[in-house]
Design a protein around this ligand. Structure first.
Ligand code: FES
Length: 163
């Protein structure tokens, strides 16, 4: 798995068959074993992806909070189909399962970074900037620090919380 990860890093974020065959030979294992691992995990891209690779979480918490709108924006602005490079050649997108940031739903991952607490307006800004090759900063788009509440809460002596 680390070899597959390295191969992907060294090849514009995707793994060609030749790399899988090389890894199998290097590890003295059947090629099909490497292929099985590479095709099992969605973090391995088996075809070219955009320089800006957008993964949209559409598992239940994100979907309940509007991930379907983010998918529609990707279709409109990047490409009508998943895993298809944009006309300008610098972006692609795909739907993925939970990325472990449900508390900041809905969210997307762009290359190595998480963009969280999104809505249609912030997603449009993020996608438009990506198309122009000017990625915006990652993190919460509701101004939260990590997963902290939006407004700082103070705890009263009796344990009750108030804003
Ligand atoms: S459901 Fe989207 S990050 Fe978990």
């Amino acid at each position: 798995m680390p070899f597959l990860y390295l191969a992907q890093r060294q090849n514009s974020n995707w793994i060609p068959l030749a790399a899988m065959k090389y890894i199998a030979k290097y590890l003295s294992m059947p090629y099909i074993s490497v292929y099985e691992v590479a095709t099992f995990y969605t973090m391995y891209n088996l075809a070219p992806v955009g320089k800006h690779f957008i993964q949209v979480c559409t598992t239940t918490p994100c979907l309940l909070r509007g991930a379907d709108k983010i998918v529609n924006l990707c279709k409109e602005k990047i490409s009508p189909n998943e895993n298809e490079i944009s006309k300008k050649g610098n972006c692609s997108w795909m739907e993925v399962e939970c990325l472990g940031a449900c508390v900041s739903a809905p969210m997307i991952q762009i290359n190595d970074n998480y963009y969280e607490d999104l809505d249609e307006k912030s997603t449009v800004e993020i996608l438009d900037s990506l198309i122009k090759d000017k990625p915006l900063k990652p993190g919460s788009y509701r101004g939260r620090k990590n997963t902290a509440p939006e407004k700082e809460q103070k705890v009263k002596a009796n344990g009750e919380k108030h804003a």
